[in-house]
Every structure is written in structure tokens, then in C-alpha cells.
Design a protein around this ligand. Structure first.
Ligand code: GAL
Length: 710
């Protein structure tokens, strides 16, 4: 398993480190410390363009090669970043047209990263040149194990530019999609507000305008901008696959924030890498949701440097960030906890961002593995060293293991974009929050879950959740029917099928193309203001632990063949169905016409577990997160205590603890932010004494024996 850091050797030369006579002498010290912490890989070079090509055409990769040589002396492998995320200043001076133009028509200036327009032919040309030069100079280095393409693509709205070349490509994209202008006018509904065109060149980019643009046009613009990001990375990948065919390519992604289709991006890569701010997230479930999403981007054809499955967290924050209002220290044990959270949910490589707190530049006060002084006796270093030691024990056991899920949440970026368009029925409807309710209900009950696009083969999942597929293409609807027809259980919700892929509202009833599947029709919907609630009255076998409100959105459902599971309790639609279930083919289609509080989703999952035969991994106290990685009958459980206090677990049968090699049985207090990695193998060493009991025990609950607990 690869375990390492993001290293910037260019920061650590004289006069910032080293000596006048030996300006690069610090690199050895760094490598020595890295080995001492159990690290075996570095990522380097991702912002180095101005240094490796200080003047146009004058390349100097020698220093980066020397840095790789130092790593070689210490047995540390290298991931090289292509340096295109930070174009050199001479390039912008010689070719100011590469600078992106914003939606107000103003040109951004040079001097920071990502100051480039991704539709610029000149930028593509220079990209090709620098990558070819980099591969020629460093591609044969024995330490090189992967390329990272660009860095943190997107972000700060750099997915979009409004340059003349963007306009040219936009029109070509529309032409390729619609072929004829009439078809485009019809599909986009451009007869509304006089937007009809007779020439491709007249189609606007959605720039700053007095009021909102045509939603169909904006949706296409998002697709086009996404395709542009993906095409740029694909172009880098193609060059490197030609020059260094045995070296896998990746790029670092973030879940749910950037404006391009991450599934499309993952298709271009050999393996997915992730930037994680986990250590500053207050809710472990939110982070788990993001990890599950990122793990799910690429489910097959994965090639990682060591041949393992999964994804890499190529930037795991080693401490605090520098952009919050108050950048508090990350508490002891938290980096370790979140490192294990990533591993437990499928990561097969972890690199910390960043090796040492920089003395220069705009990230000076970011947390690092080393503090500014570089001594290596600091708290973060010690914590990572501990993890490094643990990784040596754990890596052989988890090699080749995978997370496997019987449940799945559908997510499409196009739908997410459509839900972010202005003029929604309820601007307080937040898709991410809705999604999170479902994910938390599964996560908090220790039920593994994947994400998938609606177009994927869903047949392996027992339950598929489809929260608010507001924009649903007819092909997607057909696939959902097929899934249910063949025995699957689909759970959909309000705000589904309101528009088709062209953003046209159906005239055949909501949810578009699915009224037969759900055996009902949504005749109207009532968005509720914040603070206003209706209530749900349940019928039949649906077990409820609380009173459940109906919030944010209430669908008024006309039942046909479906069974009614719950009705609204008040208002003019009191007594009308709020939740329904329909048998369709061999499966069932459940529709929840509203939103509720988290407890409702817990009850929903408890009920679905029973009717679909899905079992949680283990029975543990609520604050313990459990995940499982498995391979050919080997099951490795991860138990993470996300609390600030210890939690008592009861082991009914002895478990082997990978991190200590000991056996645990009976009562065990998992310390604050503590981690256990367990299997049922007999312990290798003598039985452990229970660790010292902390005074405060937050929760006492029995850990079932390791049979699955229904
Ligand atoms: C990443 C980026 C890094 C660093 C980091 C800070 O997205 O790749 O260079 O800026 O964010 O969180």
C-alpha cells in the first residue's frame, strides 16, 4: 500500500533551506524523515512549470530529477504532477488570450493558479509541449509510479470561461449535439422569450444578463463546460499514455463541489484520486458520503500503481486549512481517525497534504506533517509516524480487499446541475441535504452503500435510492423500470421527473415516464416555507419510532394501482397519500412524496432492511462507524469512534486486532477518536489485557458476535 505526502522540493532550497554550498541538502533530511514516518511515496511537481521552463522553450527538469534521485536513495516512489495548473507568467505575457474571461466579459489576470481558458488552442499547444518535455525528461525515472494530470481541476468556477474560443467550441458542441438549428430550437424551447436563432453563431453563452437564462441552455452549457474539462484531461492522458504507457494516470477530485461530471472524468483515468478536507468536517457521515461517492466513480478497469483496487486520497489534509475564518488546530487522533475512515471505505493509497508548512506563498499557515521548523518532533509528525507503523502491519491484510454494497444511491451530475438552476419551486430545497439524509440513514446503521449513475447496471443492488431525480431522461426512466421489473426495490422521492433531458416539462404526468412504475401520478406539489410542516400518518406495517413531519415539499398524489403507506395529516390535502408502494414486475417501487427529518429515514431503512433482507455489518453503539473490506471470505472490519470520549464495546467472541496483533474479547473501551481493525482470525500473540479504562464512558452497548445482526 502506498502511504506518503505531497512534497514541494522547490520550496526547500537555499535560502529557504539547505546552505549556499549545498542548496538542496534539505531534501535528504526530508527523505530521511519520511522513511522514519513509514512513508513510501511522494507527489511532486504539480505547480513547477515556471521552474522547469523558466523561459519559453528552455527546459530545466534537472532539479526535479535530482529530487527524484534523492527519493530513490531512500526507496520512496514518486507521483509526478503535470504542471499545467499553474502556468508560468511568461506564457500569459506572450499570449494574454489564454487568460479566462468571466461572465461579465472581464478578463482574469495572471499570477495565480488556474488562470487559463481551457478552450484556448494556444494553451492546449503549450500543455502538449510541457507534458512531452516532462515525460521525455523524467518519464524513465525508476521511481515514477503515476502521473497526476493538472491539479484540482475546476474550483473557483474555473470550469467556465467566456472567451472567443469558448464561444467557438460551444457552437461546435451544439452543432454536434443537435445537427440542425431547428432541432436545437425545438429541444431548447427557444421560442420562449424570443430566443430562437437561425445561425449557430447567435446562440449566447449564459453570460451576465438582466435576468435568468433559458434553463435548457444553461444545462447544455454545463454539459459543454464539463466536456471541456474532461477533454482537457483526456488530452493530457493521451499524450502520457503514448510516451509512458506503463505509468497509470490519475487526477485529484473533490466530491459534490466542482462543476463537471466526475463519472466522465473517472472514465478517462486509470484510477481516481481524491482531495479530502475531512479533518475539518464536523460530521463523519458527510465525509463518508463523499468518500462513497468518490469510490463509486470508477467501479471497474482500475489500474493503480500497485495493482490494487480502489482509489487514492492523494491530498489528505495533515491538519488545519488556511481559508476558514478561524483555522483551529486539528485535535490529536483526528487525522488518524479520518485516514482510517478513507481506508475503511476503500482507499488503497493515502498521501498527506502537505509535507511541511510552507515558508512562502499563500498556503503558509496550512497544517503540515512537519511544522515550519522542519524538525520532525512535532505532534502531527508523531501521529503520522504512528499511522505509518500501523500501515506496515495492515497493508498486506487489506491488499485486494474491497468494499461491497447491496444498496446504492443514484446520482447524476446533470440532475444536480438542473437542481441548482434558478427559479426552482422551492429555493430551500437543497439536493445535497436530501441526499445526505438517505446516506446518513445507511451510514449511521452501518449499511454499506455505493453511488451510481441511473444509467449503470443496478441489478446487483437489493435497494436503490433515487432522491429527487428532478431531471430524468427517458432512457434513465426505462432503466429504472427494468431494474424493478427484474426484482429490485426502488425508492424515489418528491421532485422527481419534473423535466426531461431537454429540460422540457412532460404533459403525461409526474414523475415523467414513471407513473406506471409507481402506480400513481403526482397531480400538484406544494413547496413549504422553512419552518412550516405537515405531518405523516402511517398505515400498515411501516414501523415508526417518532412522529414524522413532512417538510419542504409535499406532492399531491393520485393513487392508481399503488398501496398507500402514509398520508398527510393536515391542510386541504389531509388524508391524501404521501408515501406509496407499487408492485411492478418482480420488484417494488416506493415513492416518498415529501421530505422529513432524519429519524424518518432511519425508520425507512429499518423497514426496508426487513423487507429486502439487507443486514447491517455489526451492532455497535451509535457513535461508532463500522465499515467492511472483504476478499474471498476474508472480512476486515473497521470500527471508528468519532466521539471525543471513549465508547464501551462488548465482544461476545474474540477478535484479532490488526493494529496490535492481540486478541480482544469481553469489554473493550474504544478511546476518543480510537480505531480498531479486526477480523475473526485467532490472535497471533497472547491475549491482550483490556486497555486502561477511561473514566468517562459515553455509551455502553453490546457488540453482537460477528454474525450479521438483522
Ligand atoms: C487542493 C490543491 C492543493 C492545495 C489544497 C489546499 O485542491 O490541489 O494544491 O491548494 O487544495 O486545500
Amino acid at each position: 500500500m502506498y502511504f506518503g505526502v505531497d512534497y514541494h522540493p522547490e520550496h526547500w532550497v537555499f535560502p529557504l533551506a539547505g546552505t549556499r554550498d549545498e542548496p538542496e541538502s534539505r531534501w535528504k533530511k526530508d527523505a530521511e524523515l519520511m522513511v522514519g514516518a513509514g512513508l513510501n511515496v511522494v507527489r511532486m511537481g504539480e505547480f513547477s512549470w515556471g521552474l522547469v521552463e523558466p523561459e519559453e522553450g528552455k527546459f530545466d527538469f534537472a532539479w526535479l530529477r535530482r529530487a527524484m534521485d534523492v527519493m530513490q536513495q531512500f526507496g520512496i516512489k514518486v507521483v509526478l504532477g503535470t504542471p499545467t495548473a499553474a502556468p508560468p507568467l511568461w506564457l500569459a505575457k506572450n499570449h494574454p488570450e489564454i487568460l479566462p474571461i468571466d461572465e461579465c466579459g472581464l478578463r482574469f489576470h495572471e499570477g495565480t493558479r488556474h488562470a487559463y481558458c481551457r478552450n484556448s488552442d494556444i494553451y492546449w499547444d503549450y500543455t502538449g509541449k510541457i507534458i512531452r518535455a516532462q515525460a521525455a525528461a523524467l518519464g524513465d525515472h525508476p521511481q515514477l509510479i503515476a502521473w497526476q494530470l493538472d491539479n484540482g481541476i475546476g474550483g473557483h468556477r474555473t470550469e467556465f470561461s467566456f472567451n472567443p474560443e469558448t464561444r467557438r467550441d460551444w457552437h461546435a458542441w451544439l452543432q454536434a449535439k443537435y445537427e440542425t438549428i431547428d432541432r436545437m430550437n425545438d429541444a431548447m424551447g427557444s421560442r420562449f422569450w424570443s430566443q430562437v436563432v437561425t445561425d449557430w453563431d447567435h446562440v449566447p453563452m449564459p453570460m451576465n444578463a438582466p435576468t435568468v437564462h433559458n434553463p435548457a441552455l444553461v444545462l447544455d452549457w454545463m454539459r459543454f463546460s464539463s466536456d471541456t474539462c474532461v477533454a482537457y484531461i483526456r488530452c493530457q492522458a493521451a499524450i502520457l499514455r503514448e510516451l509512458t504507457p506503463s505509468i497509470p494516470v490519475t487526477t485529484n477530485l473533490r466530491a459534490l463541489t466542482r462543476h463537471f461530471d466526475h463519472f466522465d472524468m473517472a472514465d478517462v483515468l486509470d484510477f481516481v484520486s481524491v482531495d479530502s478536507n475531512a479533518t475539518i468536517k464536523s460530521r463523519c457521515a458527510e465525509n463518508a458520503c463523499e468518500i462513497d461517492m468518490l469510490r463509486s466513480l470508477k467501479k471497474q478497469n482500475i489500474t493503480t500503481p500497485d495493482g490494487d483496487a480502489g482509489f487514492w486520497v492523494i491530498e489528505q489534509k495533515a491538519g488545519h486549512v488556511n481559508w476558514q475564518e478561524v483555522n483551529s488546530l486539528v485535535r490529536p487522533g483526528v487525522v488518524r481517525l479520518f485516514t482510517y475512515q478513507s481506508i475503511s471505505r476503500g482507499a488503497s493509497g493515502i498521501l498527506y497534504f502537505l509535507w511541511r508548512q510552507p515558508r512562502i506563498g499563500s498556503e503558509q499557515f496550512y497544517g503540515g506533517v512537519l511544522t515550519h521548523d522542519g524538525r520532525g518532533d512535532n505532534r502531527a509528525f508523531q501521529e503520522i509516524k504512528q499511522i505509518g507503523e500501523e500501515m506496515k502491519l495492515l497493508a498486506p491484510a487489506i491488499q485486494g480487499t474491497r468494499v461491497s454494497a447491496e444498496t446504492c444511491i443514484l446520482y447524476s451530475h446533470e440532475n444536480a446541475w438542473s437542481l441548482k438552476l434558478p427559479r426552482q419551486p422551492n429555493k430551500h430545497f437543497v439536493y445535497r441535504e436530501h441526499l445526505q439524509m438517505f446516506h446518513s440513514a445507511l451510514h449511521d446503521r452501518n449499511i454499506p452503500v455505493d453511488f451510481a449513475r441511473p444509467t449503470e447496471d443496478l441489478s446487483k443492488y437489493k435497494i436503490v435510492f433515487a432522491p429527487s431525480l428532478h431531471m430524468l431522461a427517458s432512457g434513465e426512466a426505462d432503466l429504472l423500470k427494468l431494474y424493478v421489473q427484474n426484482g429490485g426495490t426502488l425508492v424515489a422521492t418528491c421532485n422527481t421527473g419534473l423535466v426531461d433531458e431537454h429540460h422540457i416539462v412532460p404533459d403525461t404526468g409526474f414523475p415523467n415516464n414513471l407513473t406506471d412504475l409507481f402506480g400513481m401520478e403526482v397531480r400538484e406539489f406544494d413547496p413549504l416555507p422553512v419552518g412550516e410542516e405537515n405531518h405523516l400518518t402511517f398505515k400498515g406495517n411501516f414501523p415508526t419510532s417518532h412522529l414524522h413531519p413532512a417538510k419542504t415539499w409535499c406532492d399531491l398524489i393520485e393513487p392508481k394501482e399503488c398501496e398507500v403507506l402514509a398520508t398527510y395529516a393536515k391542510d386541504f390535502y389531509a388524508g391524501r397519500p404521501a408515501i406509496t408502494m407499487n408492485t411492478y414486475g418482480l420488484g417494488r417501487a416506493i415513492y416518498i412524496g415529501t421530505m422529513s427529518h432524519q429519524y424518518f429515514y432511519y425508520d425507512l431503512v429499518a423497514w426496508l432492511r426487513q423487507i429486502c433482507g439487507v443486514v447491517p455489518l455489526l451492532k455497535v453503539p451509535d457513535s461508532i462507524e463500522v465499515s467492511l473490506r472483504e476478499r474471498d471470505g476474508t472480512k476486515i472490519y473497521f470500527l471508528l469512534n468519532h466521539q471525543n470520549s471513549s465508547v464501551r464495546l462488548m465482544f461476545y467472541k474474540p477478535m484479532h486486532d490488526f493494529l496490535t496483533g492481540q486478541t480482544i474479547s469481553g469489554n473493550y473501551d474504544l478511546p476518543p477518536h480510537g480505531v480498531l481493525v479486526l477480523d475473526e482470525r485467532a490472535a497471533l500473540k497472547t491475549d491482550a489485557q483490556p486497555p486502561p479504562q477511561n473514566e468517562k464512558v459515553e455509551s455502553v452497548e453490546a457488540l453482537g458476535d460477528l454474525e450479521n445482526v438483522p
